[in-house]
Design a protein around this ligand. Structure first.
Ligand SMILES: *Cc1c(COP(=O)(O)O)cnc(C)c1O
Length: 360
């Protein structure tokens, strides 16, 4: 018998969330962002479920090839472009769309022998300060790509630093508009947060990621309030129960102390499954968890293969009771916040050892 932990993926929720993105940006085409194994959800599984997207965006050339080999023929955007000259061979063979963010990548294109011109997306650094051309470089880069003879359509792209936060998109939008004046090209600007909050960013293509997986890009607005449905549910079971006396402690370091006699359930799920070790389990703070349909809290430190939960208020729960770590009925956003992180990190960290099932 395998351990009773599993991750289930609701495909109808993926389609539903794609619909939310579509209705939020009705005039735009959609690059479904499927980087990092589709935020931990399974690359090919997600790409197939999101067959209505106009294209897919990801990071890794190998992931792009996997999509092509799975029969996916829609455009695929490589979000960091190429890393070395030899990458252009599979880019050409599999007809991948390239982000170009520096002059070295343009030089590689200029040197390349391609069977057909490549579709490229010129990335501008309007304020995130990771990748992209500056305002003073943008026109020269655009012109070099046009004149290289190696490119078909050249489109434009930027990425927002704080579309989910207080700064918003105004300063970056102003730079983008100024820098691209006179360039006639399609554009892709918006991540999930900008799709949901800033219609002026929508342009020809949008790039939803986290919202497709049913989580909120915002700290101050829940996924449910945004009409999103969770896709991944991480579930397990209670495999042991401990009856504690007042003063007994739980887990490594004894970070939780029973104040009165209480029941604690041991769940087979730990940080080696992807549950965040930093989720607190002290007397002062803890992470939410659902046991036998009732909400309770973690107690004690998360260990590699187990974590503990308070069963005091759930007398009917015992060995074999179902546990939801996140997903159906308990947002990954909430669990992440309790552990001082964001749902993105939890979803991506789902461990390969966790058995996976698909639900229609
Ligand atoms: C990850 C990523 C996205 C998607 O961001 P979300 O916040 O998950 O919607 C969009 N664009 C780029 C360049 C990205 O790296």
């Amino acid at each position: 018998m395998p351990r009773p932990i599993r991750a289930s993926f609701r495909l109808s929720a993926l389609r539903h969330n794609l619909g939310v993105a579509r209705r939020s940006a009705p005039k735009s085409r959609i690059w479904a962002v499927v980087k990092a194994n589709a935020y931990g959800h399974g690359l090919v599984r997600v790409a197939r479920a999101l067959a209505d997207a106009e294209g897919y965006a990801l990071l890794d050339l190998n992931e792009a090839v996997r999509l092509r080999e799975a029969g996916i023929s829609k455009p695929i955007l490589l979000l960091q472009g190429i890393f070395q000259q030899s990458d252009l061979e599979p880019v050409d063979r599999y007809r991948l769309t390239l982000v170009v963010h520096d002059f070295e990548q343009i030089a590689m294109l200029e040197r390349a022998r391609l069977s057909a011109p490549a579709a490229v997306c010129l990335k501008l650094n309007t304020g995130l300060n990771r990748l992209g051309f500056s305002g003073s470089q943008a026109h020269a880069a655009y012109r070099r790509l046009q004149e290289s003879g190696r490119t078909a359509a050249v489109s434009l792209m930027t990425h927002f630093a704080d579309a989910d936060g207080a700064a918003g998109v105004a300063a970056q939008m102003a730079r983008y508009t100024e820098w691209t004046a006179g360039l006639r090209a399609e554009a892709t600007l918006a991540n999930s947060a900008a799709i949901l909050r800033y219609p002026e960013t929508h342009a020809e293509w949008v790039r939803p990621g986290i919202m497709l997986y049913g989580c909120s890009p915002f700290a101050d607005e829940s996924a449910q309030a945004l009409g999103l449905q969770p896709v991944m549910t991480l579930a397990s079971e209670i495999i042991a129960v401990q009856e504690l006396e007042a003063g007994d402690r739980v887990g490594y370091g004894g970070t939780f102390e029973a104040q009165r006699p209480m029941r604690v359930g041991v769940v087979t799920c730990g940080y080696a499954d992807g549950y965040p070790r930093h989720a607190p389990g002290s007397n002062e703070s803890n992470a939410p968890v659902v046991v036998a349909g009732a909400r309770t809290r973690t107690v004690g430190r998360v260990s590699m293969d187990m974590l503990c939960v308070d069963l005091s208020a759930i007398p009917q729960a015992g060995v074999g009771s179902p546990v939801i770590l996140w997903g159906d009925g308990l947002s990954a956003d909430e669990v992440a916040a309790s552990a001082g992180t964001i749902s993105y990190e939890l979803l991506c960290a789902l461990a390969a050892r966790v058995p996976q099932v698909e639900i229609e």
